[in-house]
Design a protein around this ligand. Structure first.
Ligand code: IMP
Length: 422
């Protein structure tokens, strides 16, 4: 199949950057379809660690064309800075050549960042724990049909008219809410300057991708966040505001819904950043040890990630809804010396057992676990599945058994080569 979609199976941070980097070696196009610079995709290259927020992870491969699809929300000021940072790292990022930006992608404004913080403040103890990047408010404006698109930045008259409407709507409540009122003229200047800087890359990426598909080019879709943060299917309201699962891959790129290979990425344990239910969370010393062993701190915000046991109920749900045909299991090496447990089902508050992932009351379920023998060996230099310690092999086989998904790839360290293919 010419199109592959890499999708995070739980709440993001599964190590998609490394897998995309690996798969991008065989791709012509690498395409982001949703989210914004709330994402942080970490690559460990021979030259050192590289964290990408908005630019697709294929940018480190000279032969790929990288596309920011229409489903992404773009902070143009951030994007200009990210491109400059990548160039400083010696990467040849050329707008219009190896980096294309959808003219339909919506723009994140400084006002959206203000709104994001304000909404979180108002929610008080019920806060989402957003990344504070303005993601939700930018998508809200898109739905409210007052958003600006990247293509507007190149059209002064449309930009002025769009800003006038948007500023009028926002200033009606920004001042009274204690937010900084917006200055349409200053915004026009800043956005026009950002548009000029990005002009060479802004195009009809949907048309480019459909032509590429027709020509048999290999397209790699880079999911951001994870299925359980999907606006529709995730742990609402503790979700992001985009369609992070594969459903967003079509609407967020303009590609037609033809068959695609879906690769689900899951850590060998579970993590979550921000608030919201997490049935297998280890809210104790073991969880702290896992956080330290896995260096589980957000690539975007530096926040400590909550850690817990592998949850096959959640993985089965996300795998099914995303159409994943296989799992890549990352960070297996991190579990060295840890007890090994896998959640196989949930007990509901009324005592009933279920293997389904519920839409409500997830905070009240109690997981049932199976326990497996631990492994104590260092896995980082192992390159063949049958060379893994028997207990590590058994753990992976148990993940397959309980999720119903074949594990074809196991990652045993952050570096490119630290991977086992089966
Ligand atoms: P937002 O996307 O900034 O609105 O945040 C909404 C929720 O998604 C919060 O719980 C964030 O911590 C979470 N989130 C957003 N982006 C990522 C990511 O790339 N990795 C993990 N969690 C994320």
């Amino acid at each position: 199949m010419p199109t592959t979609c890499v999708v995070g199976i739980l709440w993001g941070d599964e190590g998609k950057g490394k897998v995309i980097d690996y798969l991008a070696a065989d791709a012509d196009f690498v395409v982001r379809y949703g989210g914004g610079h709330n994402a942080g995709h970490t690559l460990v290259l021979p030259s050192g660690k590289l964290v990408l927020h908005l630019v697709p992870s294929g940018v480190v491969h000279a032969h790929t064309t990288n596309v920011i699809g229409n489903g992404v929300v773009v902070d143009p000021i951030h994007l200009v800075a990210e491109v400059a940072r990548l160039r400083e790292r010696g990467l040849a990022v050329a707008l219009g050549r190896n980096l294309l930006l959808s003219e339909r992608a919506h723009v994140i404004l400084e006002a959206h960042r203000q709104q994001d913080h304000w909404h979180e403040h108002l929610r008080g103890s019920g806060k989402i724990g957003t990344t504070g990047r303005g993601i939700g408010p930018a998508y809200s404006d898109r739905c409210s049909r007052i958003g600006l698109r990247l293509g507007d930045l190149l059209r002064p008259q449309r930009l002025r008219a769009g800003l006038q409407g948007l500023v009028q709507q926002k200033n009606a409540w920004f001042g009274p809410a204690g937010l900084q009122p917006l200055d349409a003229e200053a915004m026009f200047r800043d956005l026009s300057a950002a548009g000029d800087a990005l002009r060479a890359g802004i195009t009809d990426t949907g048309a480019v991708l459909r032509r590429a598909l027709a020509a048999g080019k290999r397209i790699l879709l880079e999911g951001a966040q994870g299925c359980l943060l999907d606006l529709e299917h995730g742990t609402y309201p503790y979700v992001t505001s985009s369609h992070a699962s594969t459903g967003g891959a079509f609407s967020g790129t303009g590609l037609p819904p033809h068959g695609m290979r879906v690769v689900g990425i899951a850590k060998a344990y579970a993590t979550r950043v921000g608030e919201g239910p997490f049935p297998t969370e280890l809210d104790d010393e073991l969880g702290n040890r896992l956080r330290t062993a896995g260096n589980e701190f957000g690539a975007t915000t530096g926040r400590p990630r909550r850690c817990g046991w592998f949850d096959s109920v959640a993985v089965r749900y996300s795998g099914a809804l995303s159409g994943a045909g296989e799992l890549v299991v990352t960070n297996l090496d991190v579990l060295r010396g840890f007890p090994l447990r896998i959640a196989t089902g949930y007990r509901l508050p009324d005592g009933r057992r279920t293997g389904e992932f519920p839409a409500f009351d997830l905070e009240a379920v109690a997981p049932d676990y199976v326990e497996l023998p631990a492994f104590t060996e260092d896995l980082r230099e192992v390159r063949r599945f049958d060379a893994l310690p028997p207990n590590a092999q058994r753990y992976v086989q148990a993940l397959e058994q309980h999720t119903g998904l074949p594990v074809r790839t196991v990652s045993v360290g952050p570096e490119r080569h630290q991977v086992i293919l089966r």
